[in-house]
Design a protein around this ligand. Structure first.
Ligand SMILES: [Zn+2]
Length: 53
């Protein structure tokens, strides 16, 4: 372990943001209730990506 505080998610070495998580995982935790949950891309219709602003 290093002295630097970083994300507690396994395999993630991003900088600590809040609650022991990096910003990415912290937002994921807030949204989905778990930092491990990821909405997989690739199953969405292409129109949805193109409509994104
Ligand atoms: Zn993380």
């Amino acid at each position: 372990m290093t002295g630097t505080r970083s994300c507690s998610v396994d395999g993630c070495d991003r900088d600590h943001y809040a609650h022991g998580l990096c910003m990415t995982h912290y937002q994921r935790q807030r949204r989905h209730g778990s930092p491990e949950i990821v909405h997989r891309r690739g199953r969405k219709p292409r129109a949805e990506q193109e409509a994104r602003r």
